[in-house]
Ligand binder design. Structure first.
Ligand code: IMP
Length: 418
């Protein structure tokens, strides 16, 4: 019996999980998404054709991998159908959990309306309806993929969901659709998706029992976790490794190696606390050098120094076996680089443990001399001494080995340290 390996973001998302899954997918029989929805996103180019993926697991990159969308995902059918169509046909290569919840168009309307009404305290969501869909799930009024098997009943249920939210929709001049309109939509969804719907939990158990290799692909990042992240400025799912169990039906005993992905610095999209954020020229330099603009919304990402207390927390929360450190080359040419090595709290004490009231924690930095060029390096020995020192400091502070270093977006510009 084999175990499922896991890739999880250690920061606020956008750590570069796509490149790692792309590197690893060829070694796996199954690649599985387990939470989130089309708030996630990355763009890939295969044979010169650009594919914008938001819901599709990254295993679609490698011709032999079977891709699974687990029950923890909230699924916006029109988006997934678009992604499937961009590949032509994924028969036998894609399976969708019968238990995944359907994200409805009204969820996006409510998401955007809620954000607007919050004014200055808006979360800065992607506006895709993720929170409202999970809200319906937890309120036990959501609809699931298996219900596409009986469109008449599903249409009735969706109509009731709309009717219950009519006062909110009215305030934004959105009319409740007719039952016929709903039926028309869900017929398209059924026609596009039903053939991919399966008991994916059973599939995964059987895959592991027969020694197949399974890779679980996290979306967003640890600090956006609904329970453990920087609440309320978080997403609405469990992004940490524990979410991989509830989001697939695998048990903690099924999990194998857990790789945490972190950038060599930090970024965040949307609002919320960010202790090491740079509001100066240096932050602007990072944004430019790292092309730090959101894939889903195009928003500029906020940039700042590597935050070791938060990375340490994320490593603990996930049970991280090793770190993949991404985008080291973005810091090339800086005169100096910094790591937040601990925080000073309001009462004057210093700590490596990130407190709940992160707003009150002042970062204490260690400054490192800059290095020349790491871009394109493929061995540890090629890295300038200062860059090696930087990475070893991250290992010391997090207590976790950096087993992989990425030095450019290119697949082969990667240092594997084992
Ligand atoms: P939501 O997931 O759209 O509800 O957004 C909640 C928060 O998570 C916002 O700060 C978003 O910017 C952030 N977020 C959601 N998905 C991603 C992602 O894939 N990468 C980075 N941030 C994300």
């Amino acid at each position: 019996m084999s175990k499922a390996d896991l890739i999880v973001g250690l920061q606020w998302g956008d750590e570069g999980k796509g490149k790692i899954v792309d590197l690893k997918a060829k070694d796996y029989d199954y690649v599985v998404r387990y939470q989130g929805g089309h708030n996630a996103g990355h763009t890939i180019v295969i044979d010169g054709v650009k594919h914008a993926l938001h819901l599709m697991p990254s295993g679609v990159l490698s011709p032999n991998a079977i891709n699974i969308i687990g029950n923890g995902v909230v699924l916006f059918a029109p988006q997934l159908i678009k992604e499937i169509n961009s590949f032509g046909n994924l028969d036998g290569r894609l399976y969708i959990s019968e238990r995944a919840h359907l994200l409805l168009p009204l969820h996006a309307v409510i998401d955007q309306a809620a954000e607007k009404s919050k004014g200055g305290s808006a979360i800065g969501t992607t506006g895709k309806g993720i929170g409202p869909c999970y809200t319906d799930k937890v309120s036990r009024i959501g609809v699931r993929v298996n219900e596409l098997r009986n469109l008449e009943t599903l249409a009735d249920k969706i109509l009731v969901i709309y009717q219950r939210k009519e006062p909110i929709l009215k305030a934004y001049d959105i009319a409740v659709p007719s039952r016929e309109e709903i039926l028309k939509d869900i017929t398209i969804w059924r026609d596009g998706l039903l053939k991919y719907v399966a008991d994916t939990t059973l599939m995964l158990w059987e895959a592991l029992d027969s020694g197949k290799k399974v890779l679980l692909e996290g979306a967003q990042g640890t600090l956006l976790d609904i329970d453990q992240g920087t609440y309320p400025f978080v997403t609405s799912s469990n992004t940490i490794s524990a979410g991989a169990c509830s989001g697939t039906g695998l048990s903690p005993k099924n999990l194998g190696e857990i790789v945490g992905i972190a950038k060599a610095y930090c970024t965040r999209v949307g609002n919320g606390v960010f202790p090491t954020e740079l509001h100066c020229e240096t932050g602007e330099l990072m944004r430019k050098a790292g092309a730090e603009f959101g894939t889903t919304t195009g928003r500029p990402r906020r940039c700042g120094w590597f935050d070791a207390p938060l990375a340490r927390l994320a490593c603990k929360l996930n049970g991280t076996d090793s770190i993949a450190l991404m985008k080291l080359d973005v810091l090339d040419g800086f005169n100096e680089v910094k790591i937040c090595v601990k925080y000073k709290l309001k009462d004057g004490t210093e700590t490596l443990n990130a407190p709940l009231e992160l707003e009150d924690a002042t970062p204490i930095y260690e400054t490192f001399e800059g290095w020349g060029v790491t871009k394109g390096a493929r061995t540890w020995e090629e890295l300038p001494k200062a860059a090696q020192n930087y990475i070893e400091t991250i290992e010391k502070l997090t207590g976790v080995r950096v087993s992989l270093i990425s030095t450019s977006p290119e697949r082969n510009d990667t240092i594997i340290r084992g």
